[in-house]
Structure formats: C-alpha cells, structure tokens
Design a protein around this ligand. Structure first.
Ligand code: PBG
Length: 390
C-alpha cells in the first residue's frame, strides 16, 4: 500500500499529534553541565568565545551547582584552572588544588542531590598543556601518565567526586584508574570514560575557557577524524577495562560514531556537545541567522535521537529552565501566538523561513521536548523571554 492510502502527514497535523508521535524527548536529567572554576577569581569571568559561559570563582561555582541541583540536571562536570602549572600537572594531584577542593566544596553544598563529576586529565594543570607528561623525545608518555591518572583518580574520589571522567585518551587509562580506585576503597565510584574522543577543531573555545597552554595538537593520542571502525575498538577496550559509562566527543559532527557506540555498549553512552558546537550556535544566533532556541533544542534532540543516554552541554541549565517552563505552562510554549499576532519577523528570519514552506518551520524538530506542549515553532516569532536576535 502506498499513496494515496499512505499519508504520513496525518501524524504531523497538530502539535498534540506530533507530541504523541515523538520518538525522542529531552528531560533535565539527560543533561550534564560542564563548569569551569578558576583559582584566584573573586567573581565570574566571561569567556569571550563562549558567550554566556563563565569561568567561575569558587563562590559562584557553588551557586551554579545549587542551580543545577534545583533544576534536576543529570550532573555537573567540573574543570579546574589552577593559578600555577608545571610539567607534571602537580596542581591536579594536590588534594588542596583548585579542582579537588572545589569537588569537596560542591559536595558539601549539594550532597547526594546532584551527581558531581570531575575531569580526570592533566591538560589544565601542565605548563605545556598536554594531557600527559612529556618524555625525553618530547612525546606524551602514555605509561608514565597512567601513574599520575591513577593517583589523580584516587584524590578526586577522596575529595568526594561521584564519578571520575578520564578525558586524556591514554591507552589503558580506565583499567589503571579502576584498579587504583578499588585498592583505595573507592569501589563505588564509577568511571565515565571518554572512549571515542577525537582530535577536533571544535574544542577551540575550550582552550580559552581553561587558559590552555597548548601549542600544537593532540593528534598523537586523540582519535583521527576519518576513522569510524577504530572508535568501536576504543569503546570495546574501555568497556573491557571496566568503564561504567562511555562517551563520544564531539557530538554533532560525530553522530555516526555515537550511533555505533550505542549499538555495542551495554552501559550508558554520553555525548559531549563541545565548546565549538556551542560557539557556532551562539554566533549564528547573535547574527539573527538562526532561531537560537529552536536550534539549541534541535541540536540536543539530534544527539539524543542518535542514541545518547545523556548529553554534556553548556546549555544544560538553560534548556532545563525551558523544559520546566513548558511543564508548568508558563513558558514560551504556553504562548498561543498565531502568526498574525506574532512579532514581526526580522529579515534574517524571513530569509530563513523562505528556504522552506512559509507556513512551516523548515527546521522544526518533529520530536518534542519533555512531555509538555512544544513551542509553536513559528519561524516568524522571536525567542520570547530571551534577548531577541539582533
Ligand atoms: C581535556 C578536555 C578538552 C575538552 C574537555 N576535556 C580539551 C581537549 O581535549 O583539547 C574540550 C571540551 C570542549 O571543547 O567543550 N581535558
């Protein structure tokens, strides 16, 4: 049976029907917020390449953690930026270093009501910016680095981290950290393994965020963009080494990898919508070239649709607020504006909508957010409640 008996459009006629048919939804618990805390700051410091994201002071970090808890986020991922660096990244192993003391402070504040994860990597702490220590030949020394990771994992767990997240892409890191945690009595602390992490230009803004000292690249340890089968090997190895969760990173340009990882993983799979993915959306939205809220939502739905159990995203708190508004009916979704009553479209938005049917947003996700009414997705509307696109 085919057309005219088959008419898939029947299932798309109304918002309520689309909501019924949605195969994928977002929920605050799916979202993990990466946060940066910088030693010596007395107030948050903006990151110019990531508008809206800050380096936190130790005080403002606690407020961000409380908000993440109150919003019901899946967790937060802490990155520390030390005042001083050295070749070994000692500040990362120091129980009094910025990251470890921040883990303690956050756990003191939020207790068991929020999952607190810590980045387990040396790059923020080394004066050369690499994820491991450098050998005589100037290369990152895998096995020497593993010893430091093992120690770092134990210190983070002792500081109260609920999950440690090794992101350095050293071979064998999961096994070594697992063994060290177990020997130190931290059998209950899971490892979220950055399993398929690619050497990516999409990390550009993160380098500013952590004041990276790196010159050069990480291509000798992070994965090479052309490779797909190799990602399965990385995921399999991490699972065999005892990873409790695995991650694919970046997200949007690697949805095939994510989908592959999901197909072989028997543990949750995370995806990291990285700094460059965030920056591109922000830049285009600031120019009025895309509808910010629609694209943010769609980008996260796409990552979930590819199979991610949860998503690390700098949008986590904001999207959770949107979802809450929609659940309570107080947000944008409750505004029943018709095109006739909607604010006038900017020329950029008209240009965007003219690429598809003028009556329908050409980039509307057919999947919805939460169990709540979705926003009308009228391309002529501006983002109510948010700074209008300029
Ligand atoms: C390494 C690390 C990086 C990111 C997260 N952990 C940088 C890198 O590997 O170069 C990037 C995250 C982002 O771009 O948002 N500790």
């Amino acid at each position: 049976m085919s057309f005219p008996e088959q008419r898939p459009r029947r299932m798309r006629r109304s918002r309520a029907m689309r909501r019924l048919a949605a195969e994928t939804r977002l929920h605050p618990a799916d979202l993990i917020l990466p946060v940066f805390v910088r030693e010596g700051l007395t107030e948050p410091s903006p990151i110019s390449s990531m508008p809206g994201v800050v380096q936190h002071s130790e005080a403002s970090l606690l407020a961000a953690a409380e908000e993440a808890r109150d919003l019901g986020l899946g967790g937060i991922m802490l990155f520390g930026i030390p005042a001083t660096r050295d070749p070994q990244g000692s500040a990362g192993l120091d129980p009094e270093g910025i990251l470890n003391r921040s883990i303690r402070a956050v756990k003191d504040r939020v207790g068991d009501d929020l999952v607190v994860m810590s980045d387990l990597c040396l790059d923020e702490f080394t004066d050369h910016g690499h994820c491991g220590v450098i050998d005589e030949d100037g290369e990152v020394d895998n096995d020497a680095t593993l010893e430091l990771y093992a120690e770092m994992g134990v210190v983070q767990a002792a500081s109260g981290a609920d999950v440690v997240a090794p992101s350095g892409m050293m071979d064998g890191q999961v096994a070594v950290i697992r063994q060290a945690l177990d020997e130190a009595g931290h059998q209950h602390v899971p490892i979220l393994a950055y399993a398929a992490k690619y050497a990516s230009g999409f990390y550009g803004p993160f380098r500013e965020a952590v004041d990276s000292q790196l010159s050069g690249d990480r291509k000798q340890y992070q994965m090479d963009a052309p490779n797909r089968t190799e990602a399965l090997r990385e995921v399999e190895l991490d699972l065999a080494e005892g990873a409790d969760m695995v991650m694919v990173k970046p997200a949007s340009a690697y949805l095939d990898i994510l989908s592959d990882a999901v197909s072989i993983s028997d543990v949750p799979v995370s995806a990291y919508q990285v700094s460059g993915e965030y920056a591109m959306i922000e830049a285009a939205a600031a120019n009025g070239w895309i509808n910010r809220r629609t694209v943010v939502t769609e980008s996260l739905i796409a990552i979930r649709r590819a199979g991610a159990t949860n998503v690390l995203t700098y949008y986590a708190a904001e999207v959770a607020r949107w979802l809450r508004e929609e659940m309570s009916g107080s947000g944008e979704s409750s505004a029943r504006g018709t095109p006739a009553s909607a604010p006038r479209a900017t020329s950029a938005q008209r240009a965007q909508s003219s690429q598809g049917s003028p009556a329908q947003d050409p980039i509307q996700p057919r999947t919805t957010v939460a169990d709540a009414p979705t926003e009308p997705h009228d391309p002529s509307r501006t983002d109510a409640g948010f700074p209008p696109v300029s």
